[in-house]
Design a protein around this ligand. Sequence first.
Ligand code: HEC
Ligand code: HEC
Length: 328
Amino acid sequence: MRLSIPQFASLLLLPLLLIACRGQKTEKPPISPQQNMQFQDRFNAQEENSFFDNNMAMRYPVDGTVSRGDLRHDSTLFEGRDENGEFVTEIPMDVSRSFMYRGKERYDIYCSPCHGKVGNGQGIIMTGQYGYVPAPSFHRQASYDMPDGQFYSAITEGIRSMPAYNTQIKVEDRWAIVSYIRALQNSQNVPEEEIEQYDVDLAQLQTEFSEEQARQQALAEERAAAAGEEEISAARGEQLYTANACQTCHSLDGTRLVGPSFAGLFGKERNFADGTSTVADEEYLKQSIVMPSAKIVDGYDNAMANYDYLTDGEVQSLVEFIKAQSDN
Ligand code: HEC
Ligand code: HEC
């Protein structure tokens, strides 16, 4: 095949064109043959404008302007706090059956993946393998005592390592969720006499309950048996420390995070919020992991979730790892 001179020249130019595309940065405006509406005579937010005395392009609303539609002066409704900044103890909306069902629907979408469908903190992503900070159960005394406003605030502003959901969930829906969480809490605390008033087969429930207990018991025994063959070591504990997100609350260098540091913890005297104290031995460390709310270290919140899904070997490895933080 023979090429004419222009054809030959364009073949030579082709690599040059490609080179020109290689990631160099330029401060110059891009060449845009087709301009559409890329260049407009307008000001961007925060831009300067010498037309005004204060050189700001953005203007304040005219004095006396009344906000229409998005005025959020009602702190009870929008922040869950009264005029003194305290959390309100009642939902500032009409709690009807449909309102609560709306809350259930929103809860199932936004909260249940972590806090679980029944609010026990065993949501689908809390299986330990994803390394997410465990979500606490709502069936703890601390949660029962929590004012409604604080639940609302947890959704609106987030709480410690939990992100805020205010961009996804509307104000009314947040309160609806709070009402549904209260319903979940009540559902786990009904005295027998009250259950009997409804058309419920109590004997049947009790059988199911004992069966479930037996299943859990068998599972625990299985785990205990398996633990005999499990590796128990500080090295494994170190992996578990990150895999279970312990490091978000416990440092290794003495820094105080949400929880106490593990540095020098083993063998140290611990003082608890209830005035008692103990020495941090293996038994204490184990209990602190599996049932942290049994003893609350003085000066800290009851903020740690139960890690009772860990196997005995895993708990023991964590204990070995914590012990190793006292060796130097
Ligand atoms: C991605 C997982 C995740 C989702 C989704 C989630 N949470 Fe949480 N939540 C957490 C974690 C983790 C904590 C514990 C944070 C900590 O202690 O650092 C927490 C803590 C809380 C607390 C404080 C509980 C206590 O006893 O201190 C409340 C209240 C709460 N969440 C409510 C909600 C509500 C309501 C929703 C749904 C709108 C929700 N959460 C969705 C993970 C989640
Ligand atoms: C959401 C934050 C958080 C996470 C995650 C967390 N903890 Fe805690 N932990 C705390 C807080 C707060 C305390 C102190 C209050 C208490 O005693 O329950 C504590 C206390 C402890 C204690 C007793 C400490 C002492 O000084 O006496 C041990 C041991 C412990 N945690 C182990 C663990 C292990 C192991 C993990 C991971 C498997 C873990 N924690 C994950 C918050 C957390």
